[in-house]
Design a protein around this ligand. Structure first.
Ligand code: ADP
Ligand code: MG
Length: 682
């Protein structure tokens, strides 16, 4: 930054210590900040023709003063200024509050501009603004800025105008010139001028286009540089897996991989073999078959002489993955174990011992895997399933358990591309965009609660065919107690209704894990036909004979979560159904239910969810880790985001980027952000 721009705001007329303090509270510490303080909207102050304006509209008009202004004082220190104006052939009244001081400056015959709310019946404009020197009027659109304390919009505009006059020439260009030319973007100085003092709205648009791109550019420059340097550091493992054995294993699987699975397996294997450290995100819709891919990757790593770890968010899922991997590895000589917080005492010690000697090849578990005393002999591959459930810190700890293991993150929450390239911009992304053959779409219906009886009949019909069903109850409040009570109520209702006919199970987060396991096991072997549960079954659970899901109070769930839940059915060859019991009050709620009935494509759903909710809400505020942008909007401007991603990636591949003085400021930016030193991203 040019040092003039770092100068204090007190260099400007009318800014003393006090005002500077308020400005500082607005985030404006110096001239640079002031010039970069952006309007959030524009007021339309085009001069209007009275014949064309309607009652109640906010308008700006020009007229000539018809008689001496009058003042009425009322209350304490309050006054009303009334001016009669001739506008075209109309005589109108303009009323302003507390502007008595203007009286002396306005004479009959003067042309002035007033703006305010138009009352057609009384031919009165109730004023907001008055300009007594119309020749000073420059813009049809006046920027509106967020304000604080005693700073008025007029004062702020005056500060910005002076700052621009005196320091505008020091505003440096920050983007490479060829990109400016390529996208016909205005220079930085020009953009700031246009955003503060636009002649018309097209200038605002042009300026915004530049500033949005710039914001994304620098954001992506960091991510892409980080990604490139991580890759090139060549500090990872080069896992020489046994291709023959791997092929044999893949052929031994109970089904042929889908093309998407094959493609992804190839991408992962390439990463394993390369000396770079794999840092890959695997996205695949619920039921697309990520577990198999994980198994193949783990197997490859073991044939290369390493150990693998698979971390999942819940005990149930750990157990389920354990048993499905165990059966997949039946024909091999792989030793696989599982570790959760419910594994204690002797058993735990035994596992830890075998892990340290390398006797255990693959360890599956919950976050119990990242405890300090869990030590691998030679950890080569770390996979986390449903990765968004884990905090950044947990993922880091697991990664640091080995020397520099390859890392694969799996997620069934299809992350909209927009978010994926922001949150995971520094990762490689693989996508399984194809379902195993023969899958039928889950037929989804939205019904009101008063139809409950019909729903119960429907459940009865399905169960009579030998199928099973999930009944999901929502989180009523952020209170486990109420949550559980709700599930219990529904459980009792259904137990009454289906008495002596079917076995009904109850599952919720407060059950001891042993009991959870028992219920889940009973359901998976069809000893229980109807499982009433809270969302604990959301993630990963696989019972192919379950072909019906009923979701109580479905409006309480987000789209992504409903989709996750729905993914528990439709896993077998039978037609499956999902019934959403909901009486949503809001339009957004109704829209959600409609979207659910319209599509089963997780990616489409996630895009629409993002539109409805906005990115902040998408992952939940706490762990979102989403960057905040000043002017850009990830959802609306995602094309610019993608463009910036590609441009920065290309730029970083050019040798000149790392050598030419032209790019020194960008390199400087990278080292200031800590990327060039290989430090962690902020
Ligand atoms: P998710 O991606 O949601 O984790 P899973 O890995 O649990 O999905 O797979 C869902 C189901 O699909 C499992 O029963 C699995 O055995 C089956 N499956 C996976 N891949 C294939 C395939 N290529 N052909 C047929 N079935 C498959
Ligand atoms: Mg899964």
């Amino acid at each position: 930054m040019n040092s003039s721009l770092e100068g204090s705001t007190t260099l400007l007329n009318g800014i003393g210590e006090e005002t500077a303090q308020t400005l500082s509270e607005m985030g404006i510490e110096n001239i640079h900040d002031l010039l970069n303080y952006l309007p959030y909207r524009y007021e339309d102050v085009r001069l209007r023709d009275l014949k064309e304006v309607s009652h109640g509209e906010k308008i700006t008009i020009e007229g000539s003063v018809h008689s001496d202004p009058t003042i009425v004082y009322y209350g304490r220190k309050k006054n009303r200024l009334v001016i009669h104006l001739l506008v075209d052939r109309y005589l109108i009244k303009a009323v302003f509050f507390n502007r008595a001081f203007l009286k002396g400056k306005i004479s009959i015959g003067d042309t002035i501009i007033v703006s305010g709310k138009w009352d057609k019946h009384r031919l009165t404009i109730t004023g907001q603004d008055i300009q007594i020197n119309p020749q000073e009027r420059t813009n049809d659109f006046e920027p509106v800025y967020p304000l604080k304390g005693s700073i008025t919009i007029k004062a702020l505009k005056r500060f910005i105008a002076q700052a621009f006059r005196e320091f505008g020439d020091f505003i440096p260009e920050t983007l490479p010139p060829d990109l400016l030319i390529k996208y016909k973007l205005p220079s930085r100085k020009d953009a700031l001028k246009k955003i503060h003092f636009p002649q018309d709205l097209s200038e605002v648009k042009e300026a915004r286009r530049r500033l949005i791109y710039e914001e994304f550019f620098f954001f992506q420059l960091k991510l892409q540089a980080f990604r490139k340097l991580e890759r090139e550091a060549s500090i990872g493992l080069s896992q020489q897996y046994n291709l023959k054995q791997l092929k044999k294993f893949i052929h031994s699987l109970p089904f042929e991989l889908t093309n998407a699975q094959k493609k992804v397996v190839n991408e992962i294997c390439k990463d394993l073999k390369s000396p770079y450290k794999m840092n890959r995100l695997l996205q695949g819709d619920v039921g697309s078959g990520k577990t198999i891919v994980a198994a193949i990757a783990l197997y490859a790593s073991v044939t290369a002489g390493y150990q693998g770890a698979l971390m999942v968010p819940t005990e149930i899922l750990a157990e389920q993955h354990f048993s499905s991997l165990k059966s997949l590895f039946e024909q091999t000589d792989i030793t696989i174990e599982w570790l959760t917080s419910s594994v204690k005492g002797k058993k735990r010690e035994e596992i830890l011992a075998k892990l340290a000697t390398g006797e255990i090849n693959i360890l599956i578990g919950t976050h119990a895997l990242i405890q300090q005393d869990v030590i691998f002999e030679k950890l080569g591959l770390v996979i986390t399933d449903e990765q968004h459930r884990f905090g950044v810190e947990q993922r880091r700890v697991l990664r640091e358990k080995g020397e520099k293991p390859d890392v694969l993150f799996m997620t069934a929450t299809p992350i909209p591309r927009t978010l994926a390239i922001t949150v995971f911009g520094e990762m490689d992304v693989s996508v399984i965009n194809e379902m195993p053959a023969g899958r039928k779409k889950v037929e989804t219906h939205w019904v009101k609660h008063k139809m409950l009886n019909r729903v119960l009949e429907f459940i009865d019909n399905e169960l009579a065919k030998g199928r099973q069903a999930y009944i999901i109850c929502p989180l009523i409040e952020e209170s486990d107690k109420l949550d559980v009570q709700n599930a219990i109520d529904v459980y009792e209702l259904l137990s009454q209704y289906f008495k002596d006919k079917y076995q009904i199970g109850l599952m919720h987060g407060k059950l001891p894990s042993k009991e959870k396991e028992d219920v889940m096991r009973a359901f998976s072997v069809n000893q229980i036909q109807l499982l009433v549960s809270t969302t604990v079954v959301e993630v990963g659970v696989n019972v192919p004979n379950a072909s019906l899901m009923v979701v109580y109070d479905a409006e309480r769930f987000g789209l992504s979560q409903l989709h996750q839940l729905r993914g528990r059915v439709g896993r077998g060859s039978e037609q499956s159904y999902c019934i959403l019991l909901a009486d949503p009050k809001s339009d957004v709620g109704k829209e959600r239910m409609r979207i659910m009935t319209e599509t089963t494509d997780g990616f489409e759903l996630s895009e629409r969810d993002l539109e409805l909710r906005g990115p902040g809400d998408f992952f939940g505020k706490k762990q979102s880790g989403l960057p905040e942008f000043k002017i850009a909007d990830m959802v609306h401007d995602y094309r610019a985001l993608e463009t910036a991603r590609n441009d920065t990636a290309t730029l970083l591949e050019q040798e000149s980027f790392w050598e030419s003085p032209e790019y020194a400021p960008l390199r400087n930016y990278l080292s200031k952000s800590g990327v060039l030193k290989g430090e962690k991203l902020d």
